[in-house]
Write a new protein. Structure first.
Length: 641
């Protein structure tokens, strides 16, 4: 597996000179760098291995003004060569660079003690002791220290041998198989167009692949790949890679953009991280403080929010909400470095927990679950990471693509976990097209809530047989994904917790029946309207002697309409169904001998006043028995009342 080495150390301690001596490549390519004699930008070289392979080297600037460039380069390395000049010893950027490497999670490395030709043996021994003391408690505490001179060549063979050993023995974890490369350099090549370079964090890339620059969401296509000066068809994680891309202009790409495949990263202006304030920080980090936030090759301003405290003391660790002025993209377990706004110095670092987060608000009904889950995430095993993120997502669920970046789990392993969860009903896919998942316990809670809603509906409207899917979705499920509502209803139907009669949903225990008084009311209404015939009575006049309000009678009337005993012609006008059928027959018989009919003709035909004639004609239009032409109606065809 490819390995990348990076340099670190104070300005003018000989990092670039040592890299050139080891590789033959001068990493200072800019005119200003050569003129001033200091490294400003990141430099790149490759180390020739005995087996014929090549190992990438990232050379970083040592000046305090260019620490942001140093962080950009150090983000993709697997081990560090900490360079300390024997004539000066440990200096400010030696300390800061070591802290940055530690915060970025770089696991190992060694020390190159340069410029040994400029000091005597006694001084060299003192410096070595001083360096050992400096490294105590750091990840380089047990690292070897190699005295070396780029001028005389002393110690170079030992350094070469150790680098070769590191490349052979290190087995860096490349995390998920999601292709991702933070862009640290952009330029144009004549005849080729846009070229970007960076260290591939994870995944792999092939010529012809479609790629996207995040967070700008610019899409292009891979035209060519180069690694260590050679053209390749495929570039794996861990390689320093130059990518020639068509369809994107150089001016549109910025350092810090992240190159990935389309629809695999999700820009967000809020992250949740596990943040540690360095013990060496001169002061605590206060809530809402503005900082320089370094992630990958990007440096942005951000604000830190601590849900559980007012300030983070040196040496303390907590969950932190980071808010950005512009969207960022990341993957869980990414490392970040925090530098104070002024004066500029490294004060903290963290590990990304949620790369797409909602802002923590205590009024959120899921606040307690989210806060508890965030505290458990840093030490959670892969399966638990999936559980915790699904718990935080609640009824929204998470897509497979988002679970990839939220959990930092390789695709096949994540699929295996989700299949296992599906078998145990711990997580279920409610949208196969988008591969959306929801926690099993959340689905159970939603099922119970749905049953409660339907129970309340039946209680409120006992005269209705049930409700349609649309009514359920727009009522109980209005805050949920339509596909989730459909999935849940189908599960409840399959479990016989809900019965479907035609297009109507109901609970198994619900039966439309009238209480004794309601049955009496039905008979009274039916008798009154049957007696009224084609000139039905006013509903209020029917109900008044019964001491019943119109709103109390409406459920009974609705059921009578559903049972085809009564017909609602308009809000205040009901007909006994057989009586209306008589009027309908009169109209049809009349129109079989005449071209049309109007209110006057209907009045002459039936003896009905305009109070009945106009609503009846409008009703016959609605049920498509007739069609209106001017003030007249013509027979439309076979209609039904």
């Amino acid at each position: 597996m490819p390995v990348v080495m990076g340099t670190a150390g104070h300005i003018d301690h000989g990092k670039t000179t040592l890299v050139k001596t080891l590789t033959g490549i001068d990493c200072d390519r800019l005119e200003e760098e050569k003129k001033r004699g200091i490294t400003i930008e990141l430099g790149f070289a490759f180390f020739e291995l005995p087996n014929g392979g090549k190992m990438g080297i990232v050379d970083v600037p040592g000046h305090e003004k260019f620490v942001k460039n140093m962080v950009a380069g150090a983000s993709g390395i697997d081990f560090v060569m900490l360079v300390i000049a024997a004539d000066e010893g440990v200096m400010p950027q030696t300390r800061e660079h070591l802290e940055i490497c530690s915060l970025l999670g770089i696991p190992t490395g060694f020390v190159a003690l340069t410029k040994t030709d400029m000091v005597d043996e006694e001084w060299l021994e003192l410096v070595q002791e001083d360096v050992k003391a400096f490294l105590q408690g750091s990840f380089l505490e047990d690292a070897p220290i190699f005295p070396v001179s780029s001028q005389t060549g002393n110690g170079l063979d030992t350094v070469r041998a150790y680098i070769t050993k590191m490349e052979k023995e290190l087995k860096p974890q490349r995390r998920s198989d999601l292709f991702r490369m933070p862009v640290d350099r952009i330029f144009t090549m004549r005849g080729h167009g846009t070229v970007v370079t960076g260290t591939m964090v994870s995944g792999s890339l092939n010529i012809g692949d479609e790629v996207r620059f995040y967070p700008r969401e610019l899409t292009g296509k891979v035209r060519g790949l180069q690694s260590h000066g050679s053209t390749v068809e495929n570039a794996p994680a861990g390689k320093r890679t130059a990518i020639n891309i068509t369809g994107v202009e150089v001016a549109d790409v910025h350092r810090g953009d992240v190159l990935a495949h389309p629809d695999t990263l999700f820009p967000s202006d809020t992250w949740h991280i596990e943040l540690t304030c360095l013990s060496s920080s001169p002061s605590p980090l206060k809530n809402r403080t503005e900082v320089h936030f370094h992630h990958g090759a990007r440096d942005v301003l951000a604000r830190l929010y601590f849900p559980d405290r007012d300030k983070l003391m040196p040496g303390e660790t907590t969950i932190c909400e980071v808010r950005f002025p512009e969207p960022m993209v990341g993957v869980a377990n990414d490392r970040c470095v925090i530098r104070s706004f002024s004066p500029l110095r490294t004060v903290a670092g963290g590990k990304l927990l949620q790369p797409e987060a909602e802002r923590l608000r205590k009024k959120n009904p899921h606040y307690d679950i989210i806060w508890k889950s965030l505290q458990e995430l840093p030490k959670a095993e892969p399966e638990d990471r999936v559980r915790l993120h699904l718990a935080m997502a609640a009824e929204n669920g998470l897509s497979f693509s988002r679970l990839c970046i939220f959990t930092d789990i390789e695709t096949k392993k994540l699929e295996k976990i989700l299949n296992l969860f599906g078998g145990k009903q711990e997580a279920l896919c409610f949208d196969k097209e988008e591969r959306q998942y929801i926690a099993g316990n959340i689905l159970t809670e939603l099922s119970e809530s749905c049953i409660e809603f339907m129970t309340a509906f039946h209680k409120h409207d006992p005269m209705k047989a049930g409700l349609s899917r649309g009514m359920l979705a727009s009522g109980w499920g209005k805050q949920l994904s339509p596909k989730l509502v459909h999935f849940l209803v189908e599960r409840l139907i399959k479990a016989k917790a809900i019965i479907i009669d035609g297009d109507v949903l109901r609970l198994p225990t619900h039966k439309v029946s009238m209480a004794a008084d309601q049955e009496g009311l039905r008979r009274a209404i039916l008798e009154a309207y049957e007696k009224g015939g084609i000139t039905p009575p006013n509903l209020k006049e029917v109900l008044e002697p019964l001491n019943v309000e119109v709103k109390e009678a409406l459920p009974v009337l609705r059921l009578m309409v559903e049972n085809n005993e009564m017909v609602k012609v308009k809000d205040t006008l009901y007909y006994h169904a057989p009586s209306l059928e008589k009027v309908k027959k009169m109209v049809c018989d009349y129109l079989s001998d005449h071209d049309d009919i109007g209110p006057a003709q209907l009045r002459d035909l039936t003896g009905l006043s305009r109070k009945y004639a106009i609503p009846l004609l409008e009703y016959f239009d609605r049920v498509r028995l007739t069609m209106r032409i001017g003030d007249k109606r013509q027979l439309r065809g076979t209609g039904g009342v």
